[in-house]
Design a protein around this ligand. Structure first.
Ligand code: ATP
Ligand code: MG
Length: 744
């Protein structure tokens, strides 16, 4: 790539160059997939520095993931010096940074913690019990959804109560508002904020304390937002406030790629940009540099079927290329094997594994594909799978760390006070919590006072010992590097001993904890985190999106760099790969069942998602579907996605060897909900499955947990693990070798 100089913009086409040369005032770059929006944005940043002399420390770019932010910084760094001073961030990370610096102005106490989805549920469960209109059958998740949605719209509990809907997600409006209200009080008492707060509290800070806004604006005189079509109301407002003084705001996006409505994203934000900024310059990019012409034609044709859209032109720059193909496999296993076969074949033709990606609608689809790949030893990297940071042992250790930093974190305390067991049982804990409530203090303070204040009848010293342990950890937090501190926590808490006694399963968990220490070590070595504390590490860990490297690495330990990428269509946004497989192109998966039930706007959102998937492909696009698919342990007949009809004639239907065959289209009109709930056993087509003790779906019995059903299987032979749902004990993950299961 070229260096700073007058001809920096030569690497762009004329319209891209105009947009990149945009200096002051608002601007909108609106264009289809692969048209160079992100590239233009990076060049614009470099051009601001190299040509207009803007200091990098005055430039902010907001991206959708931390990974995208890091890449953008790196790419800008190749073009101009000083990129290290750029502020590249997601909305959430920007919120954390602002609130950590200035949060005290709006009453946030120092050392607040960030609560994730699970922590939210913990508080919700606690507060929902006593609210009229909320029954025992109400799922805490529903309430969390209401709260998150309210926050993405910047609604307070009172706003929610004033809305006109009598019911919100099935709950009476006032009950929903009351749950939200109590949740806020509890959360605040624990000195915690949730993900939504990272944006809403920053907005509140800016509105209530103009002096702070002004200071932050000095670091964001030129603001950029990538993927603007997926911003929600709160992010929109944050952007508006930040840009209100200098008005140098450049946003880029594609309304056809808006795929996060379910998380509150509002496509209207990009469509109304010109209303909000009547003087905005609009740049439309009309050439697609990414995909071969055949792939692009399919994408264009598909998206034309959406009615709620802005018509755009997108012309190919590349040649026709290879035909797009569609293969219908007999079942989900055969589908996986087909993909594996093609990967092997393409690799043999010289494709690096890392040039190829497999995209699917739901994470649940990845397991069978992974198995097919593993069987023929294709290295794979799964993005956003079973979260490493969601594992019990990881969450436990991080909860200790959180509590050490923030003694008010009752959620963390409840999580770990019995891991390992310390002789503080349920009754004792209830008493401690009760005392804390009446004395308006934390449960940890109650523990510290257990003996003196006679809070517990018996075993008060156990509670004071625990408080002492946490005090030692607090002290260590100030003195140790993140990795060393985590080691200290693992050892002194007795957690390592606990796992050492747990045999094989404990061994796996020990390895995961080792991985956590390595992750912290690596984090500290990163240039951006020099001198960073454990608190900073926890912030970053809390904000990891599923595609971020720190996460992907931990989840794929041992996977080589050169590996095939497996991810959901959602996670693939903004990325590109020479070869893309989209699997499960079936009615009920893509579009999803939920979207079909929702009707036209649900279908259009899914069509955008499919559009995102197709437009990731640079050279080859291979689509597959299964005729029979196992879901939740049952195999049902599946039908091709109706979206295939949208692009009929633009792809070849092929047999297992890739040879064209006649396409037996089931058209959208002919489509009927599948009748045959007839559970047909899938023929065992793969030689390897013979080795598998379990394939999923079996009814089993466990000596302790009772009867259950196998939901998922991972690994083979000695190392096979099964996920079993037990009627009485819930879902458990077990090593087959040690679990003592009997098939029923
Ligand atoms: P998406 O909508 O998927 O986010 P995008 O509009 O952001 O796509 P980019 O990712 O910026 O598109 O660009 C797509 C590909 O085309 C990249 O590989 C990029 O380097 C290349 N590209 C874009 N513009 C040009 C150009 N003028 N010359 C050469 N390559 C280009
Ligand atoms: Mg982009």
């Amino acid at each position: 790539t070229s260096s700073a100089g007058p001809d920096l913009l030569q690497a762009l086409n004329p319209t891209q160059a105009q947009a990149a040369d945009h200096f002051t005032g608002p601007a909108l770059v609106i264009a289809g997939a692969g048209s160079g929006k992100t590239r233009t944005l990076i060049y614009r940043i470099a051009h601001l520095i190299g040509h207009y002399g803007v200091h990098p420390g005055e430039i902010l770019a907001v991206t959708f993931t931390n990974k995208a932010a890091a890449e953008m910084r790196e790419r800008a760094g190749h073009l101009v010096p000083g990129a290290g001073d750029l502020w590249m961030s997601t909305f959430h990370s920007a919120g954390v940074r602002i609130l950590r610096t200035y949060g005290e102005h709006i009453g946030l106490r120092r050392g607040f913690v960030i609560y994730d989805d699970d922590d939210q549920l913990d508080i919700i469960k606690e507060v929902m019990g006593s609210i009229p209109g909320i029954g025992a059958e109400t799922q805490p998740r529903v309430i969390r959804g209401i709260i998150d949605r309210a926050k993405s719209n910047l609604w307070t509990p009172d706003d929610l109560d004033r809305s006109r809907e009598p019911f919100i997600s099935g709950l009476p409006r006032d009950a929903a508002a009351e749950a939200y209200r109590r949740y806020e009080v509890r959360k605040k008492g624990q000195n915690a904020i949730d993900f939504g707060d990272l944006i809403t509290e920053t907005v509140r800070l800016f509105k209530e304390v103009p002096g702070v806004l002004d200071k932050v604006q000095n670091k964001a005189k030129f603001i950029h937002v990538d993927e603007y079509q997926d911003t929600n109301r709160a992010q929109y407002e944050l952007t508006r406030l930040l840009a209100s003084r200098d008005r140098n705001l450049l946003v880029v996006g594609d309304p056809d790629q808006s795929i996060y409505k379910f998380r509150g994203a509002d496509i209207q934000n990009i469509l109304d940009f010109q209303k909000d900024y009547p003087d905005a310059k609009v740049y439309m990019l009309e050439h697609n540099y990414r995909s071969s012409a055949r792939v692009l034609e399919a994408a264009n044709k598909l998206i034309e079927n959406n009615t709620e859209r802005l018509d755009k032109t997108l012309k190919p720059v590349k040649e026709a290329g290879q035909p797009v193909t569609f293969h219908r496999a007999t079942d989900h296993r055969a589908e996986g094997d087909y993909v594996a076969d093609w990967l092997t074949r393409l690799h043999g033709e010289g494709r690096a594994w890392s040039e190829m990606a497999i995209l699917y609608r739901t994470n649940a689809q990845s397991r069978v594909i992974e198995e097919s790949l593993r069987r023929v030893q294709i290295p794979a990297r799964i993005v956003g799978g079973v979260g490493f940071y969601d594992r019990r042992e990881i969450r436990d250790i991080l909860a200790y760390a959180r509590l050490a930093l923030n003694p008010a974190d009752d959620v963390a305390l409840r999580r770990i006070i019995g891991r390992p067991r310390r002789g503080i049982g349920d009754t004792a804990l209830q008493k401690l919590m009760e005392w804390a409530r009446t004395h308006h203090t934390s449960v940890l303070t109650a523990c510290a006072n257990a003996a003196e204040q006679n809070i517990l009848d018996r075993g008060a010293h156990k509670a004071t010992e625990f408080a002492g342990l946490m005090e030692a950890m607090s002290e260590a937090a100030d003195n140790y590097e993140p990795a060393a501190f985590l080691r200290f926590v693992m050892e002194t808490s007795g957690y390592l001993d606990l796992l050492r006694q747990e045999g094989q399963e404990g061994q796996v968990r020990l390895e995961n904890l080792e991985e956590l220490v390595s992750a912290a070590e690596e984090w500290s070595q990163d240039e951006a985190n020099v001198g960073g504390s454990i608190a900073d590490f926890l912030d970053d860990a809390a904000l990891l999106s599923s595609v971020d490297d720190m996460r992907t690495k931990a989840e794929n330990k041992g996977a080589p760099e050169d590996a095939v990428t497996l991810m959901t269509l959602h996670n693939a946004k903004g990325l590109e790969f020479p070869v893309v497989f989209i699997v499960g192109v079936e009615q009920g998966l893509l579009p999803s069942k939920g979207a079909i039930a929702e009707g036209p706007s649900g279908i259009e959102e899914e069509r955008r998602l499919f559009y995102v998937g197709i437009t990731r492909a640079m050279e080859r696009l291979l689509m597959t579907a299964a005729q029979n698919r196992m879901q939740f342990g049952k195999t049902n007949a599946a039908e091709d996605s109706a979206f295939l009809e949208d692009i009929e004639g633009l792809f070849d239907t092929v047999d297992p060897y890739g040879q064209p065959i006649e396409y037996r289209a089931k058209t959208w009109k002919q489509y009927r909900p599948t009748v045959p709930a007839a559970t047909t056993a899938v023929k065992n087509t793969s030689p390897l499955t013979a080795e598998l003790a379990y394939r999923g779906g079996e009814q089993v019995k466990h000596p302790k947990f009772g009867e259950g059903q196998v939901l998922a299987v991972a690994g083979v032979g000695e190392r096979q693990e099964v996920t079993v749902h037990f009627a009485s004990a819930g879902t458990k993950k077990l090593m087959v070798k040690f679990a003592n299961l009997t098939k029923l």
